[in-house]
Design a protein around this ligand. Sequence first.
Ligand SMILES: *Cc1c(COP(=O)(O)O)cnc(C)c1O
Length: 403
Amino acid sequence: MINSLPTDPGRQAPETLITHLGNHPKQHNGIINMPVYHASTILFPDLASLRKIPAHKDEPGQLVYGRTGTPTSFALQDAISTLENGYQSYVTCSGLAAITTAILAFVDRGDHILVADSVYGPTRHFCDGPLARLGVQTTYYDPTIGTGIGNLITSNTRFIYTESPGSLTFEIQDLPAISTIAHQHNILVLMDNTWATPLYFQPFSHGVDVSIHAATKYIVGHADAMLGLIVANKQTNASIRDAVWMLGQCAGPDDIYLALRGLRTLATRLQCHQDNALVIAHWLQQQPAVLNVLHPGLPDHPGHILWQRDFTGSSGLFSFILKPGPERALAAMLDDMRLFGMGFSWGGYESLMIPTDPAANRTVRPWSEPGNLLRVHIGLEAVDDLITDLALGLERYLKYCPQ
Ligand SMILES: *Cc1c(COP(=O)(O)O)cnc(C)c1O
């Protein structure tokens, strides 16, 4: 689609691109924002145009049926594939739907896949459940394996599934090393790029073949919609397109509109999430109640060098480990937080904090750190207010800890 305002992905900065990508005011009476097109049926002007569209062979961008896209979904898809320098992107009803659809696009009974041990929990449950029942075998690997991944590839391995940093524990993966080896074996690399967003990590320039986003998080950015995105390169596009369409993946136009609206402020919001989170991560390192802070932007994080080499920023999500304490210490801390809400998901404007236990979802790199692990999302509040809230929380925690 022709942008009414000229965007130049080769030369313009991401901040400029996100401001304009996907908007076509000249095609919509000068209205800046892409209108919300509610559609199932889309009428064809004549028989000849109907005949021109063979079922399931059309590329996105053609108006055929609501499920395969409207100007509203094309706007978001075009924006995201341009930002990541991918070939084509597809919306799904949630981030998890994007993950399962992308996986199903490439596997057959008898196939084998490699999945990072630190992967998002529900991704793992999908591999161990429905995928195993279909006869696809999953081997989990240490996310810090790097070139060692080559030893795990067998003749029926179809792809390596990556997520960097890892969910809950924030290991950074060596994506260039992994994808070089994958491509030597003629297999693909899939990546969950939710944490970094298209702004802080560019999957395709690091060898990834399919990039996946829970747009629910930073792209929507306001905790008010569920949405997923799959970005394919040219090689993987046909398989992804078929899987998306045959599994019936699509999303409601109002939610897509919210993602487009969120996208406009993504750079500004992320900058603030990043700054606040780094201040708090450094502050937490100084606190006697805290044993460890798992944030790749900290110089002593084991993945810091890789993060510095490959990423252009860090977002607002990280974890920290409290010295061991009983459940009532945790309750004393969490129940009375003023600004940190307790709830799943992240990426909205507000701060969140949730206790998690990675041990249950680990098979290769067991999680045996003592203490309570808290995953925090640092929001857009003033950082001093967040620190005050945390300081009081840690005080409450220590009150119930054995000396
Ligand atoms: C939340 C999340 C998902 C799933 O997204 P939903 O939209 O909640 O289905 C996938 N990957 C990561 C890393 C996530 O944090």
